[in-house]
Design a protein around this ligand. Structure first.
Ligand code: SAH
Ligand code: SF4
Length: 366
């Protein structure tokens, strides 16, 4: 019975699998419990991170991703510093509290330096008040350290799948796509002092419910502070397109993603959970639905509209033809519908981070 599982303090793998398979009334119970725990542990507020997808140039070839290096049908772009800083200024002026800098993966000393400089400039233009998350893939420890010293305090590096065998099926098998390196990067980020974010794609070919349960256990064992996970959406410019007929129907994938979020909220009560943009690609109210069942972070896209179409990780990316200003209005309304409020101007850091760094100082508000 789901009810007994939900009353348990510690979930076992079999329990997690049952929660991920919940349907009908049992699913409703799962969602209600997740919302209750969210409100009790991290509150009703949703925190914004203005997402700046500043370049789709990527040196990697992940089999699922539309902007992989070998996809020749992508018009590559790289925003100039002014455009990036203007977007950050938009976040600051609209009280979003934080920005995320995300891009395809580049490892070079010029890139490290550029980001370091941008971080300092963003801190300057916001008089130190904007929180900054980076999502720039695998880098050397030294690079991570320099970016941390320049002002980044959260880093999102999805493990994509914690199952090494599955990881190998969705990436080329070479040095550039190495599961152990990804784990080592997560270790580096944590020991440097970042709030440590990871996540997985849900509904990948070859993925089982058991693997998804193990993904959640992986996040707990690694004591992750924040999670961004969403449905896998096939893209025709990628090798995994070939398996499109073997996938769960898109609505079921969406539903499974919601169940993953709700179960994770129950399993890791005080972490930050982002409502992934991929949810919105399937359902216009996807992110708000996630907020109602456990998520507490949203990343509104503030990349200048001109470039959004070209940052096409998957098909049907939402809001690609809107300007940031329009996105803002629609979000205000939709968050209210999700029984939540927006934590304007706040960093909304992961409570879990502070609880693990200094147990006893619960709910410290930094
Ligand atoms: N290059 C960086 C950040 C950009 S990609 C990195 O890889 O970490 C950001 C995320 O987009 C990836 O972690 C992946 O989980 C997600 N993504 C890529 N292709 C996707 C697809 N087809 N469906 C859903 N999510 C996808
Ligand atoms: Fe590049 Fe990230 Fe896409 Fe992989 S997932 S191809 S690293 S942008």
């Amino acid at each position: 019975m789901i009810k007994n599982i939900l009353d348990n303090e510690l979930l076992q793998k079999e329990d997690i699998i049952k929660l991920l398979c919940a349907e009908g009334d049992e699913k409703k119970l799962l969602f209600e419990k997740a919302n209750e725990i969210k409100i009790r542990e991290v509150g009703r507020k949703v925190y914004f991170r203005g997402l700046i997808e500043f370049s789709n140039i990527c040196s990697k070839n992940c089999y699922y991703c539309g902007i992989r290096k070998d996809n020749k049908n992508v018009k590559r772009f790289n925003l100039n510093d002014k455009d990036i800083l203007d977007a950050a200024k938009f976040s600051f002026e609209n009280n979003y509290g934080s920005v995320v800098l995300q891009a395809g993966e580049t490892e070079s000393s010029a890139f490290t330096k550029r980001i370091e400089n941008l971080l300092k400039e963003i801190k300057k233009l916001s008089r130190g008040t904007l929180g900054i998350t980076l999502s720039l893939g695998e880098q050397s420890r030294e690079t991570y350290q320099r970016w941390f010293d320049a002002g980044a305090h959260r880093y999102l590096l999805r493990i994509e799948s914690s199952n090494e065998e599955l990881y190998k099926k969705i990436h080329p098998n070479n040095n550039k796509h190495n599961f152990q390196r990804r784990l080592a990067c997560l270790d580096d980020l944590k020991s440097i002092g970042y709030q440590n974010g990871t996540g997985v794609m849900i509904g990948l070919p070859f993925q089982t419910t058991e693997i998804l349960a193990e993904d959640l256990i992986f996040m707990k064992e690694r004591d992750i502070d924040m999670v961004g996970m969403g449905p896998y959406i096939e893209h025709k410019g990628t090798p995994l397109w070939e398996y499109r007929n073997e996938l769960l129907p898109i609505k079921e994938r969406f539903d499974l993603a919601l169940k993953m979020i709700a179960t994770l909220r129950i399993y890791m009560k005080d972490i930050n959970i982002a409502a992934a943009t991929a949810l919105q690609a399937i359902d216009p109210l996807g992110r708000e639905k996630a907020v109602k069942i456990g998520a507490n972070v949203i990343m509104p896209n503030i990349t200048p509209g001109l470039y959004r179409n070209d940052y096409s990780l998957y098909e049907n990316k939402p809001c690609v033809d809107e300007e940031p200003e329009e996105c803002k209005h629609c979000l205000d309304v939709k968050i209210k519908l999700a029984d939540a409020e927006i934590g304007y101007g706040e960093w909304g850091d992961s409570k879990h981070y502070f609880n693990r760094m200094s147990p006893g100082t619960k709910n410290r508000n930094l």
